[in-house]
Design a binder for this molecule. Structure first.
Ligand code: KG4
Ligand code: ZN
Length: 342
């Protein structure tokens, strides 16, 4: 099945052409306008999508060397995300599908992240556990089968990526801050400062990252400018270690409890080298299997959306004209799973 994927849920205008498990093109235009403001400005994001999306789709079709009349369907993100941004992608998808007389389907952005794992040379077999860690979400999900999800827990405040971005701002590293914090951390000592690891013994699979972010803020505020400059790598490394510890600890506990020996990583923070390495070590100690997409498929992209679309369209699913943006769309039914039962 040959599919065009479209992703506009936040500040990346993205289009990709995917044929079955093969990515023929994956084009992303990251909007730079938001850097001035230290975060995404929703109205500017919508306007930038309007300017960028059609050229991005044209580039994706050209790179894939595919004629639009050969497309068999379109997959587009319809939530969660910024309403105005999603509206642009959704309307372009609807219009193209109407003009080309092909089916289209709306995709949950988080399901898209999970499906990045289905673009790997060897793909995971269901059921498996997926840790989704992005700028807007941190969620542990059991993927029972394609399209069937059970959420074990999610963040009760900041997402992991959001904490990285806020810490980057505190440390004066600009936006988006995750990659900058990670880069700085490579030169630092992860054990230099004992930042808090929240909800480690809470008896559930929820997360909280606002405490560690605030701890970094207070720690940095107590330093002189010179001390702060000198300690930046240690602060970044110690913060990153605190976040990674919690993510790995909860993921492994959930896998053990649910009897799942396959673990997948997804979302922008999955591009983080320290997280990838720590999870790989923990998983190999237990004899489990770990799937991690390459960094370019962890951060927002349309190939993952196209791949999720192939799964849904090939099962006969279709979206209709009535589908609207769902800014607060959730993935999977919430389940309160406690340590000791699954
Ligand atoms: O999945 P994504 O591209 O967008 C959302 O769906 O939110 O994730 C973006 C998030 C941002 O918070 C960004 O700072 C973070 O992923 N991120 C990273 C790294 N690369 C991206 N965080 C830590 N280390 C990285 N290498
Ligand atoms: Zn995302």
């Amino acid at each position: 099945m040959l599919i065009l994927g479209i992703e506009t849920s936040c500040d990346d205008s993205a289009a990709a052409v995917v044929e079955n498990d093969r990515v023929l093109s994956n084009v992303i235009s990251t909007q730079v306008v938001h850097r001035t403001y230290g975060g995404v400005v929703p109205e500017y994001a919508s306007r930038a999508h309007l300017r960028l999306l059609l050229p991005v789709i044209t580039a994706a079709m050209e790179q894939a060397k595919v004629d639009k009349h050969d497309l068999e369907g379109i997959a587009v993100t319809y939530g969660p995300g910024l309403a105005g941004s999603i509206l642009v992608g959704l309307n372009v998808a609807k219009s193209l599908a109407l003009a080309l007389e092909i089916p289209w389907v709306g995709i949950n952005h988080l399901e898209g992240h999970i499906f990045a794992n289905f673009l790997l040379e060897e793909r995971p077999c269901t059921p498996f556990l997926c840790l989704i860690v992005s700028g807007g979400h941190t969620q542990l999900v059991v993927v029972e089968e394609e399209g069937c999800y059970r959420t074990l827990g999610r963040t009760i405040d900041d997402a992991a990526g959001e904490a990285f971005d806020k810490v980057a701002r505190v440390l004066g590293l600009g936006y988006p801050g995750g990659p900058a914090v990670a880069q700085l951390a490579e030169r630092g000592n992860p054990r230099a400062i004992a930042f808090p690891r929240a909800m480690m013994q809470e008896g559930n699979f929820h997360f909280s990252f606002s405490g560690v972010k605030t701890a970094v803020l207070y720690y940095a505020r107590a330093l002189s400018a010179e001390e702060l400059r000198a300690q930046l790598p240690d602060i970044a490394a110690s913060f990153q270690a605190a976040v990674v510890d919690v993510l790995v600890h909860k993921t492994m506990a959930a896998a053990r409890l649910c009897g799942l020996d396959t673990i997948c990583l997804a979302g922008g923070v999955a591009a983080n080298k320290a997280l990838r390495e720590a999870l790989a070590t923990a998983v190999s100690e237990e004899g489990y299997r770990l799937f991690v997409p390459p960094p370019a498929l962890c951060t927002d992209n349309a190939a993952m959306v196209a791949r999720a679309g192939i799964s849904r369209l090939s099962r006969g699913e279709r979206s209709g004209d009535e589908l609207e943006p769902e800014p607060s769309l959730v993935l999977g039914n919430e389940e309160q799973i406690t340590w000791g039962s699954c």
